[in-house]
Ligand binder design. Structure first.
Ligand SMILES: Cc1cc2nc3c(=O)[nH]c(=O)nc-3n(C[C@H](O)[C@H](O)[C@H](O)COP(=O)(O)O)c2cc1C
Length: 315
């Protein structure tokens, strides 16, 4: 998620969920091929498994960026066919590519022949008036023919004109049944579902119909939920306390600050860690008011965490 799932956020989320597949923000082919590659691609080895999401529509450029992803150690490379922003539309990629399944298939095919890591696509159930199930079905047939390894579907359409990206994440109704139908129609394709999933019971229900669940905003806003999911789905013995997670960030923070990073760029992702725990407000306030000050370092997190009840939350 742009501006949210940067490498600091991913390092933090990895402490909460050892098994989840984490995604980068979308990086455009232009930014990678003509910009500062290490700024966009560098990540900490503890983040694995991590997927690089690309924005682009030129098969050759996408293949070269997929090679970069593989070379930098990413576990997967994903094509964004879901973002409706004007900036992305003017670059002719993102959600508008749902109207050009052949282009997406050419990108997948070019990337598959360039790398051996999985090449995956994230899309919506439709765009504008192209929102019948048949469109999604045909789109999927083309990406499967190009050997796409996984399709993740945000279960709402996008309106390319008239709604902002934020509105396009809330206003078009969620239609999970279309994603379930897609999995029934293409049982050999790994299909993950995304959109509006905010509790563990819903995750279990979606997993009865699909191969995986992608969680966006709820994981960012209530990161502690990731621990509950990790326990339910992968490792019931994964039981850190929030305070241990704070401690787990300190060494990373120290190294980042020594390398010239700023504390506030890391702590901003951690504000929701103690959600619903007595003292959570003081934790957030202490970080927000102090993390930007010159000289602020790891001890600030300890001081902020000391304002919160030491009891672990019970589910
Ligand atoms: C701030 C923000 C940035 C996002 N950036 C991306 C992005 O770069 N690539 C992408 O595929 N989806 C992006 N999304 C969409 C989410 O991945 C997800 O599809 C959407 O929020 C619906 O899932 P959710 O209800 O679990 O959040 C973004 C969402 C938000 C809130």
């Amino acid at each position: 998620m742009m501006d949210w799932t940067d490498r600091h956020c991913r390092y933090f989320h990895r402490l909460l969920s050892p098994h989840a597949l984490l995604y980068t923000e979308m990086v455009t082919t232009g930014a990678l091929l003509h910009g500062n590659v290490s700024r966009h691609l560098a990540f900490h080895s503890d983040e694995h498994p991590v997927a690089l999401q690309l924005g682009g529509s030129e098969p050759e450029a996408m293949a070269r960026c997929a090679e970069l992803a593989e070379r930098w150690g990413y576990d997967e490379v994903n094509i964004n066919v879901g973002c409706p922003s004007d900036r992305v539309q003017s670059g002719a990629f993102g959600a508008c590519l749902m109207a050009e399944p052949d282009t997406v298939a050419s990108c997948v095919a070019a990337m598959k022949s360039a790398v051996s890591i999985p090449v995956t696509v994230k899309t919506r159930i439709g765009i504008d008036d192209m929102d019948d199930y048949q469109n999604l079905f045909d789109f999927t047939a083309k990406v499967i023919a190009a050997n796409c390894d996984n399709l993740t579907v945000h279960a709402r359409k996008a309106w390319l004109k008239g709604l902002s990206p934020k509105e396009n994440r809330d206003i078009p109704p969620l239609m999970y049944d279309k994603v379930y139908q897609l999995k029934r129609d293409y049982p050999e394709l790994e299909v993950c579902i995304n959109g509006g999933i905010t509790d563990s019971a819903s995750v279990s229900e979606h997993l009865r119909h699909t191969d995986g669940v992608m969680i966006g905003r709820a994981a960012y806003q209530n990161p502690w939920w990731l621990v509950e999911l990790e326990q339910n789905l992968f490792d019931e013995l994964h039981r850190p306390t929030q305070h241990e997670v704070v401690e787990g960030m300190l060494e990373y923070i120290e190294a980042e600050l020594l390398a010239g990073g700023q504390l506030k760029h890391i702590t901003r992702h951690m504000l929701g860690l103690f959600q619903a725990v007595p003292g959570a407000k003081q934790w957030r306030r202490h970080l927000s008011e102090n993390a930007h000050l010159p000289g602020a370092g790891p001890e600030l997190l300890r001081a902020a965490a000391a304002k919160v009840s030491p009891e672990p939350v019970s589910w």
